[in-house]
Design a protein around this ligand. Structure first.
Ligand code: PAF
Length: 287
């Protein structure tokens, strides 16, 4: 049986625990989440534990990263289940603040990483990455961890966070963890639970198509042509396509023509099945 997991709800209590661990000479990793944990999140905890002696998992459904017509109210929440899963993976502490603890009266500061936030998901979710960057900057400052772990499914988010940590001289090493997929290729996401049976059966086609786009580019197709092909196939299969794009994996600048030998090209996609937004990305292997 997993041991009971301590849960703190205030920055003061979080810092007190972190100070105690530091005094005992322990290194600390933070895994920021919005709860609704799945095997992908648990793999972040595993990675955190390989780097640090103590792992804090934060659970906070951050309102400022949801747009007006997005799923803030319906976002799945089950803290008890999340805590049991974290305990099972030997996380050490949960930080689960209320909204008022994170955004006190008069809260007025935002963190913006404009160039990395503008393309891809940023284009259709205005303000999303400002919400993410602001809350992550706060979490990093609250926990002052040696490491913080984020999944590569949210690849754009990972780059935004790496940039902000570097620009704001935050002394936390940002670790990216590989995407965890179902056997049929669908990237794990808390939002997958919104999919009905028919949509769930269709969903793996998304990853499969992005992979084919990447293969086409690796074997000499022009990026624009391959991306347009992918978008067309997805929309003919029943997805509402937000974007399929080929970008430099470090700068997110769109790659036109054929990727040069130095650019680490990646294919990025976002689609909807009814209201459910799915995102994914795959690297273009160099020949
Ligand atoms: O990836 C997420 O779950 C969220 O965007 C994060 C990083 C926890 C910030 O709210």
């Amino acid at each position: 049986m997993a041991r009971p997991l301590p849960v703190v709800r205030t920055v003061k209590d979080l810092r007190a625990q972190v100070v105690d661990w530091r005094k005992a000479g322990h290194s600390i990793a933070l895994v920021p989440t919005m709860g609704a944990l799945h095997e992908g999140h648990l793999s972040l905890i595993d990675l955190a534990r390989r780097h640090a002696a103590r792992t804090v998992v934060s659970i906070f459904v951050n309102p400022s990263q949801f747009g007006e017509n997005e799923d803030l109210d319906s976002y799945p929440r089950d803290e008890r289940r999340d805590c049991a899963l974290i305990a099972g993976r030997r996380g050490d502490l949960v930080f689960a603040p209320a909204i008022g603890e994170m955004y006190g009266e008069g809260f007025a500061t935002t963190v913006d990483v404009p160039a990395l936030s503008a393309p891809l998901c940023g284009a259709s979710r205005p303000g999303h990455f400002v919400g993410v960057a602001t809350v992550v900057a706060k979490l990093l400052n609250q926990a002052r961890p040696d490491y913080a772990v984020f999944g590569e499914k949210d690849y754009q988010q990972l780059l935004v966070i790496r940039r902000l940590a570097s620009d704001l001289d935050i002394q936390t090493e940002i670790l990216g963890a590989p995407i965890v997929r179902e056997d049929d290729g669908l990237a794990l996401s808390s939002r997958n639970q919104y999919l009905n049976e028919r949509e769930r059966a269709l969903a793996p086609q998304f990853h499969k198509t992005l992979r084919t786009v990447a293969e086409q580019i690796a074997t000499g197709s022009r990026t624009g042509q391959a991306a347009n092909w992918g978008a067309r196939v997805l929309s003919q299969s029943g997805f509402r396509v937000d974007y399929v794009d080929v970008c430099d994996g470090a700068t997110l600048e769109r790659i036109t023509g054929r990727p040069g030998s130095r650019a680490a090209a990646r294919v990025f996609g976002a689609v909807y099945l009814r209201q459910t937004r799915l995102i994914d990305n795959v690297p273009v292997d160099r020949a």
